[in-house]
Design a protein around this ligand. Sequence first.
Ligand SMILES: Cc1cc2nc3c(=O)[nH]c(=O)nc-3n(C[C@H](O)[C@H](O)[C@H](O)COP(=O)(O)OP(=O)(O)OC[C@H]3O[C@@H](n4cnc5c(N)ncnc54)[C@H](O)[C@@H]3O)c2cc1C
Length: 447
Amino acid sequence: MSTPRAASAAHDSGCDVLVIGGGPAGSTAAALLAERGYRVTLLEKAHHPRFHIGESLLPANLPLLEKLGVADAVKAIGMEKWGAEFVSPWHEHKQSFEFADAMDKSMPMAYQVRRADFDEILIRNASRKNARVVEGCQVKEVDFLPDNAGVLVQARHDDGSSETVHARFILDASGRDTFLGNRFKAKQRNKRHNSTAIYAHFSGAERKPGKASGNITIFWFEHGWFWFIPLADGATSVGAVTWPYYLKTRNKKPLEQFFLETIAMCAPLNERLQHARLAAPAEATGNFSYVCDHTHGSNYLLLGDAYTFIDPVFSSGVMLAMHSAFVGADTVDTCLRHPQQAAAALKKFDNTMRIGPKEFSWFIYRVTNPTLRNMFMGPRNIFRVKEALLSVLAGDVYGNTPIHGPLLLFKGLYYTASLLNPMRTLKAWRMRKHNIRVVDETGTAMH
Ligand SMILES: Cc1cc2nc3c(=O)[nH]c(=O)nc-3n(C[C@H](O)[C@H](O)[C@H](O)COP(=O)(O)OP(=O)(O)OC[C@H]3O[C@@H](n4cnc5c(N)ncnc54)[C@H](O)[C@@H]3O)c2cc1C
């Protein structure tokens, strides 16, 4: 529960670890470190439950939820997701995948979750594990003290009072606010990717029958792709991820009207929404593909989206954020308990932070390319390449599953097919360059 505060009082306190932000990364790290006996303070600017986009989890999330002790609570609010379906206007058929066909058969399903509920489970878990969780409290300033004397964090509560916390270590889990990334001017636009999204919840959307009713569907269309995520309470999250120039064509049109017109461009999605109506106002978010130029300092780490975010197409964000929190908690533990091993631990953290985004980005950068689209729409399991692809889609990128050989072969097949179709490859390359360009308010390219 959030700590009650006296209005306008200034408050000074100390802790071992201060966490900025109570999303999946921050709440996970806070719970793990508090469990190990550290004095943890987590400051969250919002009040849970609060809306957040990012509702589709991956099978690789489930072992993390088990370790945190929240698996049953998430099961109670989740919609079972056994696989994914891809629908392309350039193909006659629809292509379904089941996670059970991935290399590791022990991770056959995941959940779709309302993030308000999911994130609340995680932040209450951190409180239960004895982290001091303060909601309605925004971190404003961070001063790194000389001689490794820790960090002074200034925060402001909703009631206008301020708080100064002295911490030995801080974890930036502020999500796309990228608190430290901005402070250090370390945040950079991803030059290889650029997309925007419009999304909303619908009621009355048509679901697949039986076990597939909770599966995610990805619909490609002319200006990008859509997600269709069925939630447990009957609502369906629908989002269009488009190239930035397309969002600019909205001009002054009401967002809801623009969103519905965008949906109308995708006949198979439109069909599934034939009897549906908007259950919440549409929202839009732009240019969310970025990376910070470093992952850590001697007494701070960047977790989850506070380090990087590329694209939601493979629903990897929450898993990457929670995984970074698990590795981050181990890293902090080593830095504080065995400072002589800190350098090695921080190096390991740095490597791990780069693995996930690297594995997913190869696919993300190509998912709208006709060659990769064909491979997704007609997958073959030569030398287990389809199983390895499914392992990536399940988020199984950190374990011992032998995905690397088959993935190398998959990429080799992709490059071979690209070389065999030079005109299509060149056209796709030009088109992508055009699509990811940065545009100004009028939709004109900026250089
Ligand atoms: C359009 C879109 C669709 C997506 N779809 C999916 C999906 O289907 N599946 C998936 O896994 N991921 C998806 N993602 C990504 C996912 O939302 C994020 O990767 C995930 O939420 C990252 O978790 P986090 O804890 O790092 O950050 P967040 O969840 O953003 O949490 C950060 C928290 O920090 C708080 N905060 C920020 N600044 C401060 C401050 N100064 N002081 C105190 N508190 C602060 C915020 O209020 C917030 O609660 C999507 C992203 C986008 C943009």
